[in-house]
Design a protein around this ligand. Structure first.
Ligand code: CTP
Length: 418
């Protein structure tokens, strides 16, 4: 059975509105999709639904009020969340992938907009950096008041997602906007946020990663500082977006992502053969590797002894993998290259794009802080054959991987036709 949300932790904040009686349905749906759901209730919410209801449905202790209550036997957050292995010893705000506030009263919306942290739920919300969905439910006059509208606008501007209240008959008997959004649509919004789009389904993507090692003798080699992080992030993101992925990697300490076909290589020549072999049935090659450009002309078969004061190594050029690939490519196959430049980056990148006949070049300058080898982040400019120039701020390599894949989809027209 597939459980799309397995491994995801969702906090459901329930506040004091009559619509709280619908919140258990949200818990049931999310748990059914494999999520770990931790319910945090305000004191007022417990007047409408009992914590026991949520505890039974979520399988986790429910957190109520200001702090986890020692009297109820919940001594700490970790204990409250002890149903989830993932949450043990980890602070809830850090472990949460998504927070949903449903129903959200005017009070919690006001607190969120103003950073008020006077009970457990509002405190967690200030500390959270994950996406937040707010599903308001209140009297129409409150909903349309200047204060609530201003608070909603503030939160939207901060990126909070609203599951808009519906127009209908309210608890007060009045008819107007203020009824909690349909629980299915709240769950749908949550799924849309947590599940990556499968926009690479049916595509075969070949990624090269890491450095190569060119032997000097049986114990020494010429290599470079590439860690493989960018290529591994590309392989991981492509897999999540539904692609079949082949990862051809030089020596790296990273674990290949689950589900990738992994080919381990050592030298540029081995990488060339592995890439050419897999390229035949790939839709896209992303050459994120840093293959050595030169190799010792005559590697010694025995360890070189230090018998002389000086040692000169003769180096010869290795094959350029990209140019071999490009000359073998079929119609419709995409090729993305990287360009490491320390000056005139965009001009050099554009020249490489044209000279090497690539669809996309990702240019980065390793001298910029937060870019280049062995960092978790990168600063890049993406250049496309069609003339786009996308200058990106510093971002984690996983996020850059997503941007590169999205640019490739658009440049190759995969979003327009199949
Ligand atoms: N590349 C390759 N084969 C090689 C070396 C590099 O296919 N033997 C690929 C890299 O994977 C990268 C791209 O070429 O995608 C650009 O690498 P870079 O070192 O920036 O540029 P070069 O083409 O080697 O040019 P130069 O040394 O002049 O900067």
């Amino acid at each position: 059975m597939s459980v799309p949300l397995s491994g995801k932790t969702i906090v459901l904040g329930v506040t004091g509105s009559i619509a709280a009686f619908k919140a258990p349905l949200i818990v049931t749906r999310l748990v059914g999709q494999g999520a770990t759901v931790i319910v945090i209730m305000t004191e007022n919410a417990t007047r409408f639904v009992t914590p026991l209801t949520f505890e039974t449905l979520s399988g986790n202790e429910v957190i109520v009020g200001m702090f986890p209550d020692a009297k109820k036997g919940v001594a700490s957050l970790e204990e409250a969340a002890s149903g989830s292995e993932r949450l043990k010893h980890v602070h809830l705000a850090e472990a949460t992938d998504l927070a949903i506030i449903a129903p959200a009263t005017a009070n919690i919306i006001g607190k969120m907009a103003n950073g008020v942290a006077d009970d457990f739920l509002s405190t967690e919300l200030v500390a959270m950096t994950c996406p937040v969905i707010v599903a308001p439910a209140m009297n129409v006059r409150m909903m349309e008041s200047d204060a609530v509208r201003a608070n909603v606008e503030t939160l939207k501007a901060r990126g909070v997602i609203f599951a808009e209240a519906e127009v209908g008959r309210l608890a007060s008997g009045a008819v107007g906007k203020g009824r909690l959004a349909d629980t299915e649509s709240i769950v749908g919004t949550a799924l849309g946020l947590l599940l990556p789009k499968q926009d690479l389904a049916g595509r075969r993507i070949l990624v090269s990663a890491g450095p190569t090692r060119e032997p000097v003798d049986p114990v020494r080699f010429i290599g470079n500082r590439s860690s493989g992080k960018m290529g591994y992030a590309l392989a991981e993101r492509a897999l999540r977006r539904g692609a079949d992925v082949v990862l051809v990697s030089g020596p790296s300490s990273l674990n290949p992502p689950d589900g990738a076909e992994y080919v381990s290589v050592e030298t540029t020549e081995e990488m060339l053969h592995a890439v050419m072999k897999s390229f035949m049935d790939a839709d896209l090659l992303i050459m994120a590797a840093a293959p050595a450009d030169y190799r010792p002309a005559r590697p010694s078969e025995v360890k070189i002894k230090k018998t002389t004061e000086e040692l000169t190594l003769e180096l010869v050029r290795t094959e350029d993998i990209l140019s071999q690939v490009v000359s073998a490519r079929r119609e419709g196959q995409g090729v993305v290259g990287f360009a490491l430049e320390t000056s005139a980056e965009v001009e050099e990148g554009r020249r490489k794009l044209i000279d090497k006949d690539l669809d996309i070049v990702v240019v980065n300058n390793p001298l910029i802080e937060g870019a280049g080898f062995d960092t978790g982040t990168n600063v890049a400019v993406i250049l496309t054959r069609s003339g786009r120039e996308n200058e990106l701020a510093r971002m984690p390599k996983a996020d850059l991987a997503d941007v590169i894949l999205t640019e490739a989809i658009s440049e190759l027209g995969w979003d327009r036709r199949r």
